[in-house]
Ligand binder design. Sequence first.
Ligand code: NAP
Length: 488
Amino acid sequence: MICIPITARSTEDTVSGMVLASKYADIVELRIDYIPELQNALTCIEKILQSKTKPVIITNRPEREGGKFNGSEQDRLHLLQKAVDLGADYVDIEYDSIEQIIRQNSSKIIISHHNFKETPHNLSKIYDDICQHKPDIVKIVTYANDITDNIRIFELLKSARVPTISFCMGELGNISRILTGKFGGLLTFASLEKGKESAPGQLTINELSKTYHFKEINNETKLYGIIGNPVSHSMSPAIHNASFIEKGLNNVYVPLKITDIGAFMKECRKIDFHGFSVTIPHKESVLPFLDDIDLTAKRIGAINTIVNQNGKLTGYNTDCMAAVMGLESSLKETNKILNNKKISIIGAGGAARAIAFGLKEKGCDITIFNRTIERAEKLSHDVKCRFGSFKEIHKLDSDILINTTSIGMFPDVDQTPVSKNILKEGMIVFDAIYNPIETRLLREAKGKGCHTINGLSMFINQAAEQFRLWTNIDPPVELMTNVVKEML
Ligand code: NAP
C-alpha cells in the first residue's frame, strides 16, 4: 500500500491535499504537527475525519522524533487522544508515549520508533519492546548511513510477527522504501510531488508508481540493481523497469549507491539479488568479490554486469560488444567493415578499455591517446597496440576516431576533445558520450563531412545485453531507446 502524508499548515490546504492524495494513495496521513495552534489542529482532525474518502493515519510527531510539534507534551498527547476518541482509522503513537493514551473505539494503534541518526544494531530488541504494548501495527523507521542498513531492515520485516511498517530514511534508504512490499512491509510513504516530502529520502508517488511499479512488487519479485556511486541520475532503473514490465516479468531494478563494495557484495547475498549493472567507480573494484568472471571481461579487467545463478555471481562486460555492435552496424551503412581499420581512441579509462579490447579482436590497428600518459601506456600494453599523449593527437591519421573521455558531456557541452582541424571528410567519428546525444565533437565532425555515431547505441546495446544475460529473453530495444530519448 502507498500512504501519502499531508504536510499543509492550514485546515483548508490539508483538506484539498487530502482530496488530491486520495486519488493516488491507499491511505492518507494527516501530519497534524505541521499545523500551528492547538485549536486549528483540533478543527483539522475533525474536518478530515468527516470528509475523508480513504483511511487516514493521524500523526502528531514531536521534534524529538523528527516532527514539527513544538508545544507541550500534554497538548501533543491531547490531540492524539482526540483522534482516538473520534475513531480515526489509525493513530500513530510514539513508543515512549504509548502508556499515556487510552485506547478505545475502533482506532488501530501504530506504535512507532524513529531514529534520524542511524539504523541501530538492536532492531529486534526495539521490535520486541514495541510488541509488548500490543500494537495493531509496528512502525520502525531509521536512517541509512550505508546501503547495507536496508538489508537489516529487510531481515526485520521478514521476521515480523504483526503488521509492520519499516524502512530507512535518507538517500541511501531509498531501496527499503521501494522494496518494502517484497519483504512483507505493510506500506510505504510517498510525497505528492518533489518538495512535499515529510521525511528525508521519500520518493514521489510518480517515481514509485511509474518507475518502480511499486504495487506490482510482491514476495515473488526478482531483484536487480545498479551498483555505482553516484547513481541517483542513472537512466538504467527507468530502462530496465520499463523493459521488465514490457516483457511481463515480475522483476524490479533499483539504484544502489555503494561506498564500501566489499561490505555490500557480502551482505547482498542475504537478499537474493538476481543481477546487477555495475558502473563508475566499481567496474574493477568489484572483481575480487565475484565467484567467476567471463573470459572477455577477465581480459578487459573490468565488468559492467553481474548474473546471479543459484548463488554464484558471475561478472560480464557488455560495454565491449555493445561498442563493437554499434560501430559494425554503422559501418554497414557505408558498406565498410571493421577489420584492419586504423583507429584512434581518445581516453584510457573503463570505456576505452572495453572498446579497445573489442576492436583488437576485430583485427583493428589501434592507437590510444590519453591525458595521463601512464594510463595510455598501460592500456596499450594490455591490448598490444600503440599509444600517444594528448599533445600528439594532431598527428593522428585514422579511419575511425573514438572519444571515450567525458569531455563534451553534459553540462560541459561546449567542450570537445580534439580540434576540428584534425577531422577529415569520410572519417568515422564515434563519441561514447550519450548526454547530449549530439556532442560538439559530433557536430563539428558532421560539418567536416565525417560519418558520425553517437553513444546512444552503445548505451542501449550494453543495457540490452544485460537484459538478455539476466532473463534469456530478447530485449525490447526500441522501447529502451525511447525511454532514454525521453529522459534526455
Ligand atoms: P573513466 O574510467 O573515469 O575514464 C575517463 C577518461 O576521460 C580518462 O581517460 C580521463 O583521462 C579522461 N578525461 C576526463 N576528463 C578529462 C579532461 N578534462 N581532459 C582530458 N581527459 C579527460 O570513465 P569511463 O567509464 O571510461 O567513461 C568515460 C566516458 O564514456 C563518459 O563520458 C561516459 O559517459 C562514457 N561512457 C559511455 C558508455 C556508453 O554506453 N555510451 C559506456 C561507458 C562510458 P585521465 O586518465 O587522464 O584521467
